[in-house]
Design a protein around this ligand. Structure first.
Ligand SMILES: [Zn+2]
Length: 388
């Protein structure tokens, strides 16, 4: 081949890749394991139209090619509701139900594989209800049945705060012992017989071990990344990745920069140290309001030094790592959009998702493998577990 033609071929190849990626992305069943849009709803925002703020809304989810979205039902620890955590969660479900019923032409609530496939055939976004943190269950098994009746099909046993029957990753990292109590194990068995996905994201290592010993179903980690690439209590160690693979489950990679790249956390810690005195004054005002404190911390850090960014390529690195350690059948994506303060460069909002597919294609994944990563693996676990 004459060297003269070489640049022409390179240009064609560059054009070819994105088109091919867009086709694969369109054909694939794209599942996002975790989205916190409901938090914005609870703050009074309209997510039915395109918003300027945040990472997603019903319009942008479609533009990003998402076919199945797990919506997180999460109760802030400092929330005040006259029926406590349970009442707050019920209110969130009421709100999501109302949004879906107003938008029947484009979204549908699904609770099993038959409904999911029917919904996708109609060209609508399939919405799965996933509870993040078992606090609304309290110590009553009846509450688990109640939320199952309301359509909840996955439950993360804790958030950062532990329940009385399961210890969180944050608490275990701080030295708390426990894992699952006997009631926690009862919850796991009840979820198995109801046909509910057990979500181990946010659980501490001993609780994860206890879950894997107790359940007879494959589990999901709806939004967790790899500890070896970014050491953090929220990430999963290689041993855990292998254990989840043996269980037949799926690890859905989180996009939060601090879970992707230790350099981001390091830079933020340095900033807090450097501006410690100033931060103490700000933090002092919000000590009794953890939600506000988190927000203020983000604003404080962002205003004082350029952000250290994680990138789309780093998300793909985490996917690569799960594939390397656990295998191609055990990886997915769990963006955590609208629950994270910043998104990686290149994945600024959900409409950028096809670019992740393009990156996977560039890295040499086959079309079949990409389809497994984008959603096929989750669908396998969902159809095995959520049979009711
Ligand atoms: Zn979370």
């Amino acid at each position: 081949m004459s060297m003269l033609f070489y640049p022409v071929i390179v240009i064609l190849a560059l054009w070819h890749a994105p088109q091919e990626a867009v086709r694969i992305h369109k054909e694939a069943i794209v599942v996002d394991g975790h989205n916190d849009l409901l938090m914005s709803v609870m703050h009074g925002e309209n997510i039915e139209n395109r918003r300027k703020a945040g990472h997603s809304d019903l319009v942008r989810l479609r533009e990003g090619g998402v076919d199945v979205q797990v919506f997180s039902i999460w109760v802030p620890p400092d929330s005040k509701h006259d029926r406590g955590y349970t009442g707050y969660a019920d209110e969130e479900i009421d709100s999501l139900d109302a949004i879906l019923s107003r938008n029947r032409d484009r979204v549908e609530k699904v609770t099993n594989i038959v409904e999911l496939q029917r919904c996708l055939k109609r060209g609508k976004l399939a919405c799965l209800y996933g509870m993040e943190g078992g606090h609304p269950i309290g110590n009553r098994l009846e509450n688990l049945y109640h939320f199952f009746e309301r359509g909840v099909r996955s439950l993360g046993l804790t958030w950062n705060n532990s329940t009385s029957w399961a210890t969180s990753a944050r608490d275990e990292a701080a030295g708390k012992k426990g894992g699952l109590s006997s009631f926690g194990r009862k919850i796991v068995r009840a979820m198995d017989s109801l046909g509910m996905l057990i979500d181990i994201s946010h659980l501490g290592p001993s609780a994860v071990k206890d879950v894997l010993a107790e359940t007879r179903n494959p589990v999901i980690a709806s939004h967790s990344s790899c500890d070896l690439l970014a050491h953090h209590y929220r990430n999963l160690t290689d041993d855990q990745l292998r254990a989840i693979a043996r269980n037949g489950g799926v690890v859905m990679v989180n996009f939060y920069p601090r879970f992707l790249d230790s350099a981001v956390t390091k830079a933020e810690m340095q900033k807090l140290k450097r501006f410690a005195r100033e931060w103490k004054v700000v933090a002092g005002k919000y000590n009794d309001n953890p939600t506000r404190l988190r927000k203020e911390r983000i604003t404080f850090l962002a205003a004082r030094y350029p952000q250290v960014h994680a990138t789309l390529r780093r998300v793909a690195d985490h996917i690569d790592h799960v594939v390397l350690v656990a295998g191609i059948d055990h990886v997915g994506i769990g963006s955590d959009y609208d629950g994270i303060s910043v998104a990686p460069l290149g994945l600024e909002d959900v409409t950028h998702l096809p670019e992740l597919t393009a990156e996977l294609l560039r890295r040499g994944y086959s079309e079949a493998s990409i389809k497994k990563i984008l959603g096929g693996n989750f669908i396998r676990v969902f159809s095995r577990v959520c049979v009711n």
